[in-house]
Ligand binder design. Structure first.
Ligand code: SF4
Length: 446
């Protein structure tokens, strides 16, 4: 099928892939968070939870990778020694000790835990075991409903998968991205396809509650035939869930730097219509294979058993305590991010300071919009939830925008629910800016 066979809705966004962020992960956008608002963080952490039932999540950031992927826009370190890594882990534990004593956190237990990066599986089995023991001693996650852990397949040697299981991980997420060695190499990935299969087998053998695999549609060198092979191989592995991102090229990636050096405006990857069609085809094949589409990015084999608690609770206003360099947090309505470089982060923790980079105190209206746009990514929004929680009639307030999107075939209203069509879901990130407050409508989203 050709993307040209169908008219492109105006909300589908530009056709060519140009540099910039397309994925909306929070609201208000990060460009509005500032150093001036940092004092709001201490105030929030000194307060008591406004509602007893607000869940607490814990995020731990590991900024180390074997190699830097050409599309990576995170701050990652590929040159740190075992001593450097231990110093870093000690600082994250120290940070957690201080945070756990704050009135907002004291006495609460994390309902979900997430190890992200970077590459959490880059840590050795011993480092992992010790880190988890120390963290649990500070903030026990015995009663957590989910402990998620991101892995790069090439780091899952013998003993590592067992160590990850031992610390209580329920969802192991494998960053496969593509099954083809030439594509993996072209994009600077550290792993090869043989490692994918070995890692997957080991993970299955350990009996994790959920194994997720990540894919990216539109990597450098991706072709129609290869994308179809990716879908077939995914179906053959039959993971509990599959997450598919559409390749974006943020400004701080190696790919963008090469574009700039050669004066190119368009990235050397598939255009947005092609990437969307690839995800659409993957979703259709996964549905035919028994999967259910749970968001603009995920397919789940057994929705009754397999959940994404981190995502769902965060998108419904949970508090999130992030530790580690560049980590993001949300505490009693205040967004904040830690210092984004490792040396200043370590220095701040050692001085006894909270290692903060920027913050943003949200208003109730901004929190309502934030939850609304994040829940749109699930493909179904219950307007009753917003009435009950915020006293907001979202169908009335956003009536004009919803009608426009409905006229383009991107969503419909069913009873009190806003339901995105498959086409709407596949370009959901392009639709969300329309719901922003006027002062937050900007191209500057990072
Ligand atoms: S593995 Fe992930 S975090 Fe590490 S360099 Fe690649 S994309 Fe970035």
């Amino acid at each position: 099928m050709s993307a040209d066979a169908h008219p492109i809705p105006s909300h589908a966004g530009p056709r060519a892939t140009r540099a910039g962020n397309y994925f909306v992960s929070n609201y208000p956008p990060f460009s509005f968070w500032s150093e001036e608002q940092i004092p709001a963080v201490a105030e929030a952490l000194r307060s008591r939870p406004a509602r007893e039932d607000t869940p607490l999540g814990l995020y731990h950031h590991i900024p180390f990778c074997r190699k830097r992927c050409h599309f990576c826009y995170f701050r990652v370190y590929t040159d740190k020694s075992a001593r450097d890594i231990q110093d870093y882990l000690d600082c994250t534990v120290e940070e957690l000790v201080r945070l756990a004593r704050m009135p907002l956190i004291e006495g609460r237990k994390p309902h979900f835990v997430y190890f992200g990066g970077g590459t959490p599986s880059y840590l050795s089995a011993n480092q992992l075991g010790e880190l988890a023991d120390r963290m649990k001693g500070i903030l026990s996650w015995d009663s957590a409903a989910e402990v998620a852990f991101e892995c790069e397949p090439g780091t899952l040697g013998p003993g590592k998968v067992e160590a990850i299981k031992r610390i209580g991980v329920t969802r192991l997420s494998l960053g496969i991205e593509n099954f083809d060695d030439a594509v993996l190499e072209l994009n600077g990935r550290a792993h090869h396809s043989a490692e994918i299969y070995r890692a997957y087998e080991r993970a299955r053998h350990e009996g994790f509650e959920q194994i997720n695999i990540d894919l990216i549609a539109g990597m450098l060198g991706e072709t129609e035939a290869n994308w179809q092979r990716n879908i077939e191989r995914t179906l053959a592995l039959r993971p509990d869930s599959v997450t598919i991102y559409q390749m974006e090229i943020p400004y701080n990636t190696t790919i963008y730097k090469e574009m700039r050096a050669s004066g190119k405006l368009e990235a050397p990857v598939a255009d947005w219509q092609t990437k969307r069609r690839w995800v659409k085809e993957a979703f259709a094949a996964l549905e035919a294979g028994g999967y259910h589409i749970g968001s603009g990015y995920t397919a789940v084999l057994n929705p009754g058993r397999t959940r994404f608690i981190y995502r769902d609770e965060l998108w419904r206003g949970a508090d999130l305590l992030g530790v580690g360099v560049a980590s993001f947090s949300h505490a009693a309505g205040v967004h904040y991010q830690n210092l984004t470089e490792i040396a200043p982060y370590i220095a701040a923790v050692r001085r006894g300071d909270q290692p903060l980079q920027r913050a943003f105190r949200t208003t109730p209206e901004e929190r309502m919009i934030r939850e609304f746009i994040l829940q749109m990514k699930l493909g179904r929004v219950d307007s009753g939830y917003f009435l009950a929680k915020f006293g907001a009639d979202v169908l009335g307030r956003f009536g004009g925008i919803l009608r426009d999107l409905g006229a383009e075939g991107l969503l419909s209203i069913e009873g009190g629910d806003i339901v995105l069509s498959r086409d709407g879901l596949l370009c959901v990130d392009n639709l969300l800016h329309d719901f922003f407050l006027p002062q937050h409508k900007t191209d500057k989203l990072v």
